[in-house]
Write a protein of this length. Structure first.
Lengths: 593, 123
């Protein structure tokens, strides 16, 4: 669990860092020519990336160029999360344990439900992530605790600030900026720089000295400055940024971004103050700032949470250099800002599907798949694939599925099976309770395509044809969203035979199943098998039932189906293609082999 | 005397209590603080708690009574100021003070009276 949270944070950190570096470069290249409002606004993208792990996909995303993988969270809305380190969003943790003793391992394995995790991460990396996660959590707790501590310490002094009633400067400034929200002005003798305090009802607190200065415009300009912060909700953005900083305390790029974004925020605020007046107040405004700074006596400095007046030199410089923008430029800036935001804020359009081990896919128009590199537990030849207990004629028996002839492919092409899988035959061995082999069946003949397994799996038994003999399923991957399952039964002599499906030599096609290689089918009240198959035309899973008729399963036609359906090509693992219409047994035609 | 108060705001708050000259109910005090200082109820209660911890006032049965007078506070603040700025030397304070301030005849007369009565006490 912690590993997942940590990898999510790490992924967010990397994504945000990429965006931050781009922004820093752009700022460095354009320097003074870049409107500070632009820089200030675009830092919002970094903040978003730091706090929210997912985003919408778009063709304009810069991440279409930068190599990443993306996990789809909601296919319908094209919302996904960018990952650099494999994340197990939506997958069950691998529950296998290794105590070191084979017998105990086997005992544990047979009693635990094995999870089929095609994205499972090996134990050593898992442990490393857990340790790193703990370090991260500690670091975050410490940084957060420090921030909260300084805030609380500061808050008493700010809370007892005294209300300044009927202040004309405040009224004037509020009108100037068109702020309808109620903002109150307070005065305090223990701060030396003005502060915006409060989350719900922001208050402006100014030093006592300032509140008594009514002869020049200093007070007015200072109040204007704080009101601009209020108008732009900076008093909410600041704590959010601090929170993001605590979460990403380990990332120096984020620390730099924080410092630069605060600087840009102040300068953008100054620019707004100047542009709010018709006359040129630049030198008067700059003088006010210098006056304020001169009165600092180190009395109180909650710089992390208040709007500190650091960077005075760059602010004064920025103020004197400020030129009121022509309307045309203003609009251009907004357009460029919007485009840049989309480029940096959205996720890549190409979606790479990750197999969740539940195999439940609600989408599927994109058949191009890639996998995250996964490592299989080593199987020893003959490759033992599965083992399960079952009852035959009231006797306890054991079924073992093994691959006696085959290849362990470790450098396979990037495709649905990844680079590591086993391809070969399938033998089913039935043992009695004295561990004597009763019957060995070569099940390979029941499969039309080559048999491929990536992992050991759990065999799921049930009764499907009502003959009293235990049945089990063995599945194979066909295409994304489609798996086929053959239903086998074991007769009294221990022989494994196939329970065929009419017009479907590969068995029952499903889009929803427990695990890739074996599943338990739901049954209707009439003891019919009920499965879900994804219909691409309708864009949803539809229910199909199969009824056992004498010697085979027959698909019952789904009467709610529209007859006309667009025929699209579905790529099979073998490279051949099949028509989508054929996958839905309304017009059963079987696979082309 | 230990530090009684630091903040101007706390002093103004105590002024509200001193002006009453009688113990004041906490609800009335909250209302007063809100009107005069713009404080929320929780703020007033926090300040009362802090001042109570410093021995400046007591809060019994929702009635607040000051334990120090305004004069005591002024004295403590002045002593503290002289300690800090004039290294505890009262003489230095007065000479500096007199150099800057222009006193009226009446004020000089008053000061003389105070010094005289003080000298008398010493004898």
């Amino acid at each position: 669990m912690l590993e997942n949270i940590f990898t999510t944070v790490l992924n967010m950190s990397i994504t945000a860092s990429i965006v931050a570096i781009i922004i820093i470069l752009v700022r460095a290249i354009f320097h003074e020519a870049l409107p500070k409002l632009f820089s200030y606004a675009i830092w919002g993208v970094v903040l978003f990336r730091l706090l929210i792990p997912f985003s919408f996909s778009s063709m304009l995303s810069i991440f279409n160029i930068i190599p990443t993988t993306q996990i789809l969270i909601d296919n319908a809305q094209s919302i996904g999360a960018i990952t650099y380190i494999p994340n197990e969003i939506g997958t069950i943790q691998d529950t296998s344990t290794n105590i070191g003793n084979k017998i105990i391992n086997d005992v544990i394995k047979s009693s635990l439900p094995t999870s089929l995790s095609h994205t499972s991460i090996p134990q050593t990396i898992k442990v490393a992530l857990l340790v790193a996660g703990l370090i991260w959590l500690t670091g975050m707790a410490v940084t957060l605790a420090y921030c909260i501590y300084t805030y609380i310490k500061a808050s008493y002094r700010l809370k007892i600030a005294i209300l300044v009633k009927d202040d004309n400067s405040l009224k004037e400034c509020r009108q100037n900026l068109n702020i309808n929200r109620k903002v109150e002005l307070f005065s305090s003798d223990n701060i030396n720089t003005p502060v915006v305090y409060g989350i719900m009802k922001p208050k402006i607190i100014i030093p006592k000295l300032l509140s008594e200065m009514n002869n020049d415009d200093t007070k007015k300009y200072i109040i204007m400055h704080e009101l601009v912060h209020i108008k732009r909700f900076d008093y909410l953005l600041k704590p959010l940024s601090v929170l993001a900083l605590c979460m990403h305390w380990f990332n120096p790029i984020i620390w730099l971004s924080f410092k630069l974004s605060q600087k840009d925020m102040e300068i953008a605020c100054d620019e707004k103050v100047i542009s709010a007046y018709d006359t040129d107040i630049r030198s008067k405004y700059a003088t006010s700032l210098i006056n304020m700074a001169a009165k600092q006596n180190g009395f109180f400095n909650g710089s992390l949470l208040s709007f500190s007046e650091s960077n005075l030199k760059s602010r004064v410089k920025g103020i004197m250099n400020y030129k009121k923008p022509v309307l045309f430029i203003g609009i251009t800036v907004v357009v460029v800002l919007a485009v840049t935001a989309v480029v940096l804020l959205t996720n890549p359009a190409k979606t790479t599907e990750v197999f969740s081990n539940k195999g439940i896919n609600t989408g599927g128009d994109n058949l191009e798949t890639s996998t995250i590199n996964e490592m299989l537990p080593a199987l020893s030849p003959p490759f033992e694939l599965s083992e399960a207990k079952f009852t035959l004629n009231n006797r306890a028996m054991r079924l073992k599925l093994i691959m006696t002839k085959g290849t362990h492919i470790t450098d396979g092409d990037v495709g649905p099976y990844g680079t590591d899988y086993y391809e070969g035959n399938l033998i089913g061995e039935v043992y009695d309770n004295q561990d004597k082999l009763v019957f060995s069946t070569d099940m390979s003949k029941y499969f039309t395509e080559s048999i491929i397994f990536r992992d050991k799996f759990n065999l799921l038994f049930d009764e499907y044809n009502g003959d009293g003999f235990a049945d089990f399923t063995v599945g194979q991957y066909v295409a994304s969203n489609y798996n086929t399952f053959n239903i086998f039964t074991i007769n009294s002599s221990g022989e494994i035979t196939l329970l065929p499906v009419k017009n479907s030599p590969d068995g029952i096609i499903v889009s929803k199943y427990d695990e890739y290689y074996s599943t338990k089918f739901s049954k209707t009240q009439n003891e019919e098998i009920k499965v879900f198959v994804y219909d691409m035309e309708q864009g949803k899973n539809i229910e199909v039932s199969y009824q056992w008729q004498e010697k085979e399963f027959v698909a019952l036609t789904d009467k709610t189906q529209p007859v006309q359906r667009q025929n699209t090509k579905v790529a099979l693992k073998s490279g051949s293609t099949v028509n989508s219409n054929d996958l839905i047994p309304n017009k059963p035609k079987g696979f082309k082999s | 005397m230990e530090q009684i108060k630091i903040f101007d705001a706390e002093y103004k708050f105590m002024s509200l209590i001193w002006e009453q000259q009688l113990p004041i109910s906490s609800t009335k005090l909250v209302k007063l603080a809100n009107e005069e200082l713009g404080w929320k109820k929780s703020t007033t209660y926090t300040v009362v708690r802090r001042l109570r911890e410093r021995g400046v006032l007591v809060n019994e049965n929702a009635v607040v009574t000051a334990l120090v007078t305004r004069e005591q506070v002024m004295r403590a603040e002045s002593e503290d100021h002289i300690d800090k700025v004039y290294d505890g030397s009262l003489k230095l304070f007065f000479t500096t003070f007199l150099q800057k301030e222009k006193l009226s005849r009446d004020e000089i007369h008053e000061l003389k009276k105070i010094v005289d009565s003080y000298t008398k006490k010493e004898e």
